[in-house]
Design a protein around this ligand. Structure first.
Ligand SMILES: [Mg+2]
Length: 205
């Protein structure tokens, strides 16, 4: 597929754009085999889908423009979206590490390349209309206001993060400026400021 899909977009502002990370957000890829049901064996990695990822992607496709941006290689990203999460044709773009930016030298040594959303704005999505999902906040440090920072997934089969996210996205997807929406305490917002976040899957689902 092309790295940028502009074929199906009628009006880029009719729905918000959600940009999804892959590793530890939608799935866990491990070089060692885990004692879990395996979803896919890539060349050098065992891939385990996050619980409810298919339901989550279906929700996103119905309510957002959807794109993917990973710090992994283009080959890995394309294999995942061909073989594991086969929604490539519905994506606005599927970007990999080649689209990431080196940290400024003035910041010293950083482990992560940066996903700079100004590149996405070149595709006619203003920052007010973009929300990004990532388990590593440092990668979005140029665009913290657009980030929903989620818990990383390493194989926990009781993980409900994506169900919680559906509920939260449903709360914010129609606001005028999704970038200006404070998303730092998104879990607490689901249950109220004075209540501990103790949802289980049944409550959220
Ligand atoms: Mg990640």
């Amino acid at each position: 597929m092309p790295s940028t899909n502009t074929l199906n977009r009628q009006n880029p502002n009719d729905r918000k754009l959600i940009v999804l990370d892959i590793d530890e957000t939608l799935l866990h890829a491990s070089i060692t085999k885990l004692d879990l049901p395996l979803d896919y064996k890539a060349a050098r990695t065992f891939i385990y889908k996050r619980p409810y990822v298919d339901r989550f992607l279906s929700y996103c496709l119905q309510n957002f423009h959807v794109a993917v941006w990973t710090n992994a290689s283009a080959g890995f990203a394309e294999e995942v979206f061909d073989q594991v999460l086969p929604i490539s044709r519905h994506l606005e773009f599927l970007w990999s590490v080649e689209h990431c930016t080196d940290p400024p030298e003035s910041e010293g040594c950083h482990d992560y390349k940066i996903k700079d959303l100004s590149k996405v704005c070149d595709l006619n999505f203003g920052l007010n209309n973009i929300v990004m999902l990532d388990d590593t906040a440092e990668k979005l440090r140029f665009n913290k206001r657009n980030l929903i920072h989620i818990r990383p997934f390493f194989g926990d089969q009781t993980d409900c993060e994506l169900l919680h996210l559906i509920k939260y996205l449903e709360k914010i997807r129609l606001v005028d400026d999704i970038g200006n929406q404070n998303k730092q305490n998104w879990r607490q917002e689901l249950v109220g400021a004075n209540t501990a976040f103790e949802y289980d899957c049944l409550v959220v689902g």
